[in-house]
Write a protein that binds this ligand. Structure first.
Ligand code: GUN
Ligand code: ZN
Length: 446
């Protein structure tokens, strides 16, 4: 394979120190060899190289999507205007319970298409209790670096469909099987994924934590998302969620907690002590009425933060540019303008996300040796072409149509805003048919 040289873009390398996370922004060429970044600078091509001029565009690392549910993408628009617990009980759990392998596949394929089109090239994915092996297959085929797990739910109750709970033993067997499968996949890592404290017995949580330690696996769960959830955790377990997770052995530098909107001082101290990471999902926190997470404070205390859209039915976009902007705007409101500057939001969406997920030695910045997961943004639209700080234009002004080209490990996946190698209309037709079947299995009209 000849090398590919991307020539003449303004490169935002994301390789600087914490106080200057963007690194040196400058016009540069990037050489890609065997899927990796081989050289960054003024490059004189040889006759063997393929050269693509991207002068006038801004080249940045692909987004690292810190928290998403591929299995929920099919449910977009089917669970609006509800707070978290009602959203789960009345809509999401019955819908997830009705998934079969083919509806799961359609949902995962739609997700990958949307993520790639929006410039995300890596993702952490929490799947449903069943059929996660199908999503795993879709993730592996996508080429995106993916951390994925089947969610664990063994606490049955009147609110949880019977098809969506398993015994602790069955959940542990599924962990074994899927984590084994991931070992042979170069781009997919397994994450032990308790759904949230309310879904898992103490026995399963402790056994899952022990399995993660034994096999050096990541852990991914939801915590402290909504006040009603917090009240239920305290009523049932007598403590706050992060205290429970800590006691169960589920926290540490390999753990990421989605949301962390309502943490107490004690819980924040535990996050710091254990090195646990946070995935901020600002749009979902607004839509479910959950609240605004104290991200500026987390960052000030050294708690690493990533960004994610969460599921399509609680957002209803899977767009990292949306989350970057939303995150910056919300911290301006809650912490004050300038307390969490735009560059921090961009960092959380790229290199910071890679750090949270333990992937920073593979991707997340434009550095020699890392995967060539890259996005070329076109900021030339008249609504955003005024001179100004580049990161401000990316964070506050850019919309999804600014994503012009995307490469995953050096392979072009989006060109001129169009997904390559994908019949989008056929996928949408298949997904619509699968949704009809799923709704009929769920006994729902819409
Ligand atoms: N808490 C437990 N499960 C979920 C989920 O699927 N989505 C969100 N946003 N929060 C959760
Ligand atoms: Zn979630």
């Amino acid at each position: 394979m000849p090398d590919l040289i991307l020539q003449g873009a303004t490169v935002v390398p994301m390789d600087g120190p914490p106080e200057q996370p963007l690194g040196t922004v400058a016009a540069r060429d990037v050489r890609i060899r065997d899927g990796r970044i081989a050289e960054v600078g003024q490059i004189t091509p040889t006759t063997d190289d393929i050269v693509q001029s991207i002068a006038g565009l801004v080249l940045a690392p692909g987004f690292v999507h810190g928290h998403v549910h591929y299995c929920q993408t099919l449910f977009r628009g089917l669970a609006d205007d509800l707070p978290l617990l009602d959203w789960l009980v009345r809509r999401i759990w019955p819908l997830e319970a009705a998934h079969d392998p083919e509806s799961t596949r359609a949902s995962a394929e739609l997700s990958v298409a949307e993520l790639l089109r929006g410039g995300a090239t890596a993702a952490q994915v929490m799947e449903s209790v069943h059929h996660a092996e199908v999503s795993l297959e879709v993730a592996a085929t996508s080429g995106m670096t993916t951390i994925l797990g089947n969610c664990l739910m063994d606490r049955a109750g009147p609110d949880v469909p019977a098809q969506l709970t398993t015994t602790a033993d069955a959940a542990l067997a599924a962990i074994e099987q899927l984590s084994d499968r991931c070992r042979s996949l170069p781009t997919v890592d397994y994450a032990v994924s308790p759904r949230f404290v309310l879904s898992c017995s103490d026995e399963l949580s402790r056994a899952a934590a022990a399995h993660a330690v034994r096999h050096d696996l990541r852990i991914h769960t939801h915590a402290d998302e909504h006040p009603d959830e917090g009240a239920a955790v305290r009523a049932q377990l007598g403590r706050d969620a992060i205290e429970v997770l800590h006691d169960q052995g589920l926290l540490g530098p390999r753990t990421s907690l989605a949301h962390c909107v309502h943490t107490t001082a004690r819980e924040r101290a535990i996050l710091v002590e254990t090195g646990t990471r946070v995935v901020h999902c600002p749009s979902t926190n607004l839509k479910l009425g959950s609240g605004i997470a104290p991200i500026a404070e987390y960052q000030a205390r050294g708690i690493p933060v990533a960004l994610g859209a969460d599921g399509a039915p609680c957002n209803n976009r899977l767009c990292m540019l949306t989350e970057v902007r939303q995150a910056a705007l919300l911290q301006a409101l809650s912490a004050g303008p300038g307390r969490w500057p735009a560059a921090h939001a961009w960092h959380a969406a790229t290199r910071g996300g890679a750090e949270v997920l333990g992937l920073a030695d593979r991707l997340g910045s434009i550095r020699v040796g890392l995967r060539a997961d890259l996005v070329a943004f076109d900021l030339g639209d008249p609504t955003r072409s005024l001179d100004g700080d580049l990161v401000s234009r990316l964070v506050y002004s850019a919309q999804r149509d600014a994503v012009r080209h995307v490469w995953v490990a050096g392979t072009p996946r989006v060109r001129d805003g169009v997904l390559l190698d994908l019949d989008h209309e056929a996928l949408q037709r298949r997904a619509a048919a699968q949704l009809r079947l799923l709704l009929s299995r769920a006994g729902m009209t819409r």
